[in-house]
Design a protein around this ligand. Structure first.
Ligand code: ADP
Ligand code: MG
Length: 700
């Protein structure tokens, strides 16, 4: 079967057409099979012109009456035909007259097909450029429902139909990668791959995926390919059953000592996650786990304890976070905890060339036990002697490739990704289908809920007055604005302007500024003095969105709050309420507010549970404002439209994704599915161009 061979080997194409086809569809036979119609067109066989409706596509048998040559050089050439009673005028612009004379000799009986127009006048029926003209045996092919394909300039619908049809003639049953038990399960009935493709072209339907069997199979396959590629690209696959019972583990004395010395006791949730991680470390294949925990749920300490376990076992470890500020903070936390008992270093873009060189050397010879860093540690130049475990903080800031790059830096690297941005289920599966997922829902005890209020930006002077009183009592405050500089077009508040104004009010030495365009060193210095409590107000862009921990800060002001997404607002709010004191979040908005803008702010006022907010976020998006794939983080699929799904369809997609995810895992792990797994690799992954993943799994 040559479904991946170049189209030009199978169908004769001029080099011009070939170029257009390759651009529109792709180079392989299977790409033509996947070129889905956008709608169906009905073409009806009628016996007499009287039966037709204006604008309709018809096929009819006629006799040629006479020709009406061009009235001038510019006008159209016309041929008049008759059904025996009425007359039909065929109009050709820029026609080849010789050719028309040849195919329409007087009194010839023939069939033609095209869009008919009714009009009042001498000749009541008219057709411009018939789609088909020919003999009765050919006319059979012009009747019924026909697909309408997406085109590109230079290709006609007629050509495209014929072309796809010729490609479809070559379609055969492929070796199945889905076992029969999977095809019909849990209320989903999947048709075979070949049948589904034929249906797609012959019975294309606008009906919902929920009612259309062929769509279900194509979407399932597409999800399966995606999930399988994710799994294959991030793990070394071993065909083994995961005997969960076998993994006896314990917290090592070295780690236990640190736990005992913490100023708090671990919550039950933290303890459970730690147990899960210890169990994962004991399995025969590397861990790839996503830890989702609401802001402030205490993920960091769990990660640190797991790092200590690996270090005690003689491994090297890495802790990756998205910003310099956060990296620095993690470094300080760890340093304060472990002192000189293990060798911890930090690597960010702030390091000088000399410092960096030294760190690289010490990583390579195994001297460093734990490297805390930003993207800098993903670079090829960073090599380890024996990397066994990586923690990635705020995973949503990193891509799969980065995760993969890290895991390639050792032979058997466990990965723990953490995120405080709760992700709706569909998104989790679509983006992180290859990972095991754990939730940390419980928050450390004694936290007082953050009091959230929503106010119009006009209240700014009052807020400033209140804040002045608070600052006198030692309170610290974050003040977030959406942009760095003012601009003519937007009426967004800029940090630079707010910084100046607040400095004028409160004094230069108590107000600090951080934003993304500052040098790392400058940012660090400002953060440090805010952390120490010298600065009382920190004006910032969303660089402080993730992870920053200053327990003494209890007030968060967010300007132009209507401009931020729910997840982002929740993240920002999570910067306060980290100590034992009551905290406040003030959301300032500017008119005009959109409907969803109002809803979002209300949601923030009413809820403080990140998972609840993530759910609402999805609902609000469904209710209007489209976010685009980029922003929502959803991968783009050919057949599945997750973005525009109705709530019911979303539930259905969830079901399909879940099914595809668990089946992908079965394929990878179950020896009895070895045959299907190999078919999936040989066909399915290639069909959806997911072959990089396979290449990786072969090499790794
Ligand atoms: P996040 O999950 O958002 O990354 P952090 O790990 O930064 O949260 O933890 C937030 C704060 O909670 C930190 O100051 C940390 O020391 C503290 N913390 C973590 N676990 C506990 C606990 N079990 N009891 C009390 N405080 C804790
Ligand atoms: Mg964190």
């Amino acid at each position: 079967m040559d479904l991946f061979s170049p189209l030009k080997q199978l169908v004769a194409l001029s080099s011009y057409t070939e170029k257009l086809i390759y651009k529109l569809i792709g180079p392989r036979l299977v790409d033509a099979w996947l070129h889905a119609p956008i709608r169906m067109e009905k073409r009806r066989l009628i016996a007499s012109l009287k039966e037709s409706n204006s604008g309709e596509l018809i096929t009819i048998g006629v006799t040629v009456s006479y020709h009406l040559p061009r009235p001038s050089m510019r006008g159209p050439y016309r041929v008049v035909v008759t059904d025996g009673v009425e007359q039909l005028e065929l109009t050709y612009f820029k026609a080849n007259t010789q050719y028309l004379k040849k195919i329409f000799p007087a009194n010839k009986q023939l069939f033609l097909s095209g869009q008919i127009e009714h009009r009042a006048g001498l000749l009541d029926y008219k057709m411009t450029h018939p789609d088909f003209v020919g003999e009765s045996y050919q006319a059979k092919g012009w009747i019924g429902d026909q697909p309408v394909y997406p085109l590109t300039a230079g290709l006609t619908q007629k050509f495209m139909r014929g072309f796809v049809l010729r490609c479809l003639e070559k379609i055969e049953d492929l070796p199945e990668w889905v076992i029969p038990e999977q095809l019909n399960k849990n209320g989903v009935n999947l048709t075979g791959f070949k049948d589904s493709l034929l249906q797609l072209h012959q019975h294309f339907s606008q009906n919902s995926i929920m009612d259309t069997a062929y769509k279900q199979r194509l979407c399932f396959d597409e999800f399966l390919a995606h999930q399988l590629a994710l799994i294959l690209s991030s793990r070394k696959v071993q065909l083994i059953e995961d005997n969960k019972g076998d993994h006896a583990f314990m917290i090592r004395p070295f780690v236990k000592e640190f736990i005992d010395n913490l100023p708090f006791t671990l919550t039950k949730g933290q303890q459970e996650i730690l147990d899960v991680l210890m169990a994962d470390f004991n399995k025969t294949y590397p861990m790839v786990r996503l830890l989702q925990g609401d802001v402030g749920s205490g993920k960091t300490i769990v990660a640190i304890l797991a790092l200590l376990d690996q270090i005690d076992k003689g491994g090297q470890t890495a802790f990756l976070s998205p910003t310099g500020i956060l990296t620095k903070q993690h470094f300080e936390t760890i340093k304060a905890m472990v002192g000189d008992r293990i060798c911890v270093e930090i690597l960010t873009s702030a390091a000088t060339a000399k410092q960096k060189r030294l760190i690289l050397e010490r990583l390579k010879n195994g001297e460093i036990d734990l490297i805390v860093g930003t993207h800098a540690i993903i670079q090829d130049s960073v090599q380890f002697k024996n990397l066994t475990f990586c923690v990635i903080d705020e995973q949503h800031r990193f891509g799969v490739e980065q995760r993969v790059a890290l895991s390639k830096k050792g032979d058997h690297v466990h990965l723990l990704s953490m995120t405080a941005t709760p992700i709706p289920r569909t998104l989790t599966l679509a983006c992180y289908g290859d990972m095991d997922v754990s939730l940390l829902t419980e928050k450390p005890p004694g936290r007082i809920p953050i009091h959230t209020s929503v106010m119009c930006a006009k209240k700014y002077p009052e807020i400033k007055d209140k804040l002045a009183q608070q600052i006198k009592t030692g309170t610290q405050c974050f003040w977030v604005c959406p942009v760095i500089e003012e601009s003519e077009e937007s009426n967004l508040t800029a940090v630079t302007k707010r910084y100046e104004d607040l400095q004028n009010t409160f004094g230069e030495d108590v107000v600090g500024l951080v934003h993304g365009k500052m040098k790392p060193k400058e940012k660090d210095a400002v953060m440090l003095s805010f952390q120490k409590g010298d600065l009382k107000v920190l004006v910032a862009t969303t660089v402080i969105e993730v992870g920053v921990n200053v327990p003494a800060a209890t007030i968060m002001v967010i300007e132009n709050a209507e401009r931020f997404g729910l997840a982002q607002l929740h993240q920002l709010r999570g910067r306060v309420g980290r100590g034992g004191d009551a905290s406040y979040c003030i959301l300032l908005y500017k008119q005009p507010l959109s409907f969803t803008g109002v809803k979002r702010l209300e949601a923030m006022r009413e809820h403080d549970d990140g998972f609840k907010l993530a759910e609402l976020d999805l609902k609000l998006r469904g209710a209007g404002e489209t976010t685009g794939t980029q922003q929502s983080g959803l991968p783009k699929f050919k057949f599945s439209d997750l973005e525009n799904a109705t709530p019911d369809e979303q539930v259905f997609y969830d079901l399909l994704l879940e099914k595809a995810n668990s089946y992908a895992w079965d394929l990878v792990r179950k020896p009895e599915l070895k045959k299907e797994f190999s078919h999936a690799k040989q066909y399915l992954l290639q069909i959806y161009n997911k072959t990089n993943a396979v290449a990786y799994s072969k090499s790794g």
